[in-house]
Design a protein around this ligand. Sequence first.
Ligand code: 5AD
Ligand code: SF4
Length: 443
Amino acid sequence: MNKRFHVTTFGCQMNEHDSERMKGMLESIGYAEVAEQADADLILFNTCSIREKADSRFVAHLGHASAEKKRRPEVLIGGGGCWAQSVKEEVFSQFPFVDVAFGPGQVHKLAEFLTSESLSAQGYFEFEGFAGDLPAKRAREVQAWVQISVGCNMNCSYCIVPSTRGREVSRPFEALVAECERLAADGVREITLLGQNVNAYGRDLRVGGRPVAFSELLRAVDAIEGIERVRYTSPHPKDMREDVIRAHAELPSLCEHIHLPLQAGSSRILKAMRRTYTRDRFLDRVALIREHVPDCAITTDIIVGFPGETEADFVETLEVCEEVGFDGAFTFLFSPRRGTTAAELTEGLVPHEEKVERMQRLVEVVQRRGHERAQRFVGRALEVLVEGPSRTDPTRLRGRSRHGKTVNFTGLAAPGELVEVEILSATSQTLRGEESLVARALA
Ligand code: 5AD
Ligand code: SF4
């Protein structure tokens, strides 16, 4: 009988995609995926370490795995991803029941481990660039992630990622276009390009003696027959140049949505975060986006309570949120991460209660502005890519608009279809509507 595996994934889309690659690789060496850990011969965790909460959630999961190992000593337990990388060999002393640990760059080493003679505890933590030839097991039929670079060359003082994913390396242009063509031939209609800093893509490449621009990659992917939607995440505001913004106006498949992480609205705090842009420069990028693509959805990430953030600094964050009117925002309490320079700061630390109080004020502004922004969709017919039944009401359908909004609607559509939906109401989070049956009849 086939060996069976179970993977639990934490963290970002990059990690979810790494898990797809792990699963594809495991299936290629004869393993089959199962839904329950109790049925698996190999229990894997693909971990995240972006904030303290991510760590603690995962450690609780490891407790279950340890119990499973006591019950069935032959089971193999593996930890991959950013947390594993950030604690490296300590994994084995802290968690002696772990058999294999590997960083995000070492997914391919898992096969080597599993097919080797000796299955004694092993750790794999080198940075080797992209192991591109792993077959991915896609979570969704018509949507795919494509990793365009590994690592990050930025030095944001709060962020653990440069130390867990290494220096930035762009994958070759031709290899990426070929991968997207293969996906299109396999029925994929929406591609999300992934990188820690996607719009720095290609600076380290030389094609015909010159670097490649991210916007050129966007053009090449847009030109592929069958690819109807292109997204990317995450860009860095400092690299958000006019060519990329214009591409949103010019390329039919490039969606009207940009996730542009602000992090803080005060230039002083941005400097302490080493974000390399100011409040004005960020607002100027937003103005340029709105000039070329007036209807573009803009979403963001914001950190509250960075060391040294005063009430006045925080008010600047609120002001930027009021002024921009983000379509949505992920908001985080600052969390000191091992090995980062921000974790060493000792002055102006913001007490937890104050962070929480600021967060509440921030969420109020973000939700109110998001709600107001979403009203522009009411009464419009939006193109929706159907993902499945609605999470709250299985008689309805759920999909996503080009703006990245979740749309719950009534209709006849099947998952994977692109349909037109009349929007009837909108909250800051979701749109509600009904499928346009006239459009269906005419299609
Ligand atoms: N504390 C809080 N939030 C963080 N992020 C990254 N590092 C930290 C940290 N140490 C947030 C940033 C980033 C998002 C993915 O997570 O906002 O954009
Ligand atoms: Fe993704 Fe960052 Fe978490 Fe790593 S630490 S999985 S890059 S969110």
